[in-house]
Design a protein around this ligand. Sequence first.
Ligand code: MLT
Length: 264
Amino acid sequence: MQKIINSMVVNISGDKNKQPIIFIHGFPFDRSLWNNQVNLLQKDYYCITYDIRGLGSSYVGDGQYTMEAFVSDLYSIIGELQIEKPVLCGLSMGGYIALRAVEKHQRTFKGLILCNTKSTADDNSGKLIRAEKINQINVDGLDAFTEEFVTGCFAKESLKDFKEIVDLTISRAKQNNPLGVKGALLAMLSRTDTTEYLSKVQIPTLVIAGAFDKLTPPTVMRDMADRFKNAEFAITPRAGHLSPIENPGMVNDLISGFLKRRIK
Ligand code: MLT
């Protein structure tokens, strides 16, 4: 079932009486990033995916976004669907949203799954790289930016072995509105750092890295996982920054194993 909530496109599948999981995609992707996980998990869980404001088919508006507004959007979906105690599962920018949502009100959630993400905010050089990317979109256009950025997200092996998936992911990302993509870059540039909060997280947490992730390398993710009192950590082989689509079998096993063991 598809719904429009607060001008975002939301997909819902599975039985409403089962444990809800909200999947939050990364930048500059859309809700289809989680198709492989939802296809498996919808038998046993109530699965919600949505397009973040400004990306995919969601409303773009003026492109003036903050991470805080993205978090409010997430809470508006939870409120509208009257979901009790969801598990949050976020990849990269989706992880930034999930971490800040948990920092804001941990008791809303039953568990946390963080894929290919980090808790630290952009440092000065990171901010300058974001500014360069916004400029690249203005000067060279969204297609050139998307081609380069999304290609860099995949492991070398995936570029070679899963060309169809790579091409499909790039062509989907090229459908985005440049205003929305630049707005998301600004929201990431100005986000807060959630590292200090990690040791206060009580809910069961799973941290999944990609062995060949250049954006959020396994070492960075292990350091983050170590800061939680009680997190599990796993490295997905044969995956770069997009482990749910580069190695869906492994990510599905990790997520379903975690849910069965830790989410009662
Ligand atoms: C993402 O996949 O969401 C982005 O790579 C995150 C980022 O650029 O910080």
